[in-house]
Design a protein around this ligand. Structure first.
Ligand SMILES: [Ca+2]
Ligand SMILES: [Ca+2]
Length: 105
């Protein structure tokens, strides 16, 4: 019986979906902030034509496409000209790494 419950526990942990969280649309490095690093990643995704199937976090102007208009929208949000949007999602963008980060000295 103990083995049965252990199997159930393992099955439940495997089947459990990713943890949902509030995410800012455009926060592509998942650090909770919208910065130039997110712009760099968005530009890289467009240049590499590596747009993921689910564009929820990338379609910043919500026109159901990902293009340079979203880069402009993200820059406007960072500059404080537009409001950032938040969504409740399990989505993360599995791209890039810390080497992508740009520092402004
Ligand atoms: Ca970010
Ligand atoms: Ca768009």
């Amino acid at each position: 019986m103990k083995k049965f419950y252990l199997s159930l526990l393992i099955l439940a942990s495997v089947a459990a979906p990713s943890k949902a969280d509030w995410r800012k649309v455009g926060d592509l490095n998942n650090d909770g902030k919208l910065t130039i690093n997110d712009v760099v990643r968005l530009v890289r995704i467009l240049n590499d034509n590596s747009i993921p199937k689910d564009i929820t976090l990338l379609d910043i102007n919500e026109d159901h496409k990902v293009n340079k208009a979203d880069v402009e929208e993200l820059v406007n949000i960072i500059l404080g000209k537009k409001e950032a949007k938040q969504i409740w999602t399990t989505i993360t963008i599995p791209i890039g790494n810390d080497d992508d980060n740009v520092t402004l000295d």
